[in-house]
Design a protein around this ligand. Structure first.
Ligand code: KIV
Length: 273
């Protein structure tokens, strides 16, 4: 096991992220599902660690995130939480764990109390406003996930870039504002055209994290296994193998952080138009 450094006085909060947005400084997010990678990311200075329900694919070997349960999320979140001293811990609410206010409050509380989450992420736009408001009113920090929503993949029929038509783009712009008004602290945009992500990022005052959303969001997130080049099959267009030419996992993570902060990632070839 890696030795942890003492960064406890340097903990990232949602206020830190809001300040970074105001200052025009990019911040970084990567996924982790276990203690070893959590410590590596934390020591490297990643700002937000996401225990994503992508663990359904990355850890469990499923085709989608749909089979992931609350118990899985709590287990992996708790493996990560106790090993972070710097990064903010964001945890996904899994499929069907927030279908009404009562259920969402109960499950968000479990992710925070049993999993150690400091911010919960849920998918959906205007249909989630009451849930986001209920969570926010009770002191639960929320990240609202717009654009490609992997939990709906069986309904949408695949993993496609979202917001390409004028109507879909207008709906997403409006949803982003409504979610901010409802109390969301962060937005995450997945697989949306560069210009749309740019417009949403400048329309809202809360920080926007992008994945496949171009270079103008306030932050970037990628799946750790993708940047280490160990995801089986063809890597997603929006990702980059930062392990190439590097001697260690830590060097690859450092390169990702630098590239995001300097605006060198994402490059043209990672962006949707
Ligand atoms: O589950 C996850 O890892 C995610 C990211 C891909 C944004 O939601």
């Amino acid at each position: 096991m890696y030795k942890k450094t003492d960064k406890s006085d340097n903990r990232v909060t949602i206020n830190t992220l809001a300040k970074l947005k105001q200052q025009g400084e990019k911040f970084t997010c990567l996924t982790a599902y276990d203690a070893s990678f959590a410590i590596l990311l934390d020591n490297a200075g990643v700002d937000v660690v996401l225990v994503g329900d992508s663990l359904g694919m990355v850890i469990q070997g499923h085709d989608t995130t749909v089979p992931v349960t609350m118990e899985h999320m709590i287990y992996h979140a708790s493996c990560v939480a106790s090993n972070l001293e710097h990064a903010l811990l964001m945890v996904d609410m899994p499929f069907m764990s927030y279908t009404n206010i009562e259920q969402a409050l109960k499950n968000a509380a479990r992710l925070m109390q049993e999993g150690g989450a400091q911010l919960v992420k849920l998918e959906g736009g205007r249909t989630q406003l009451d849930i986001v408001r209920a969570l926010a009113d009770r002191g639960v920090p929320v990240c609202a996930h717009l654009g490609l929503q992997p939990q709906s993949v069986h309904k949408t029929g695949g993993y496609h870039v979202q917001g390409r038509t004028r109507d879909a783009a207008q709906t997403m712009i409006k949803d982003a504002s409504l979610l901010e008004e409802a109390g969301a602290d962060i937005l995450l945009l997945e697989c949306v055209p560069d210009l749309l992500a740019q417009e949403i990022t400048s329309n809202v005052t809360i920080p926007v994290i992008g994945i496949g959303a171009g270079g103008n969001t306030d932050a970037q997130v990628l799946v750790l296994q993708d940047i280490l080049g160990i995801t089986p099959g063809r890597p997603p267009k929006f990702s980059k193998n930062f392990m190439a030419g590097k001697g260690s996992v830590r060097e690859a993570i450092d390169a990702y952080i630098q590239a995001v902060k300097n605006g060198r990632f994402p490059a043209e070839e990672h962006i949707f138009s």
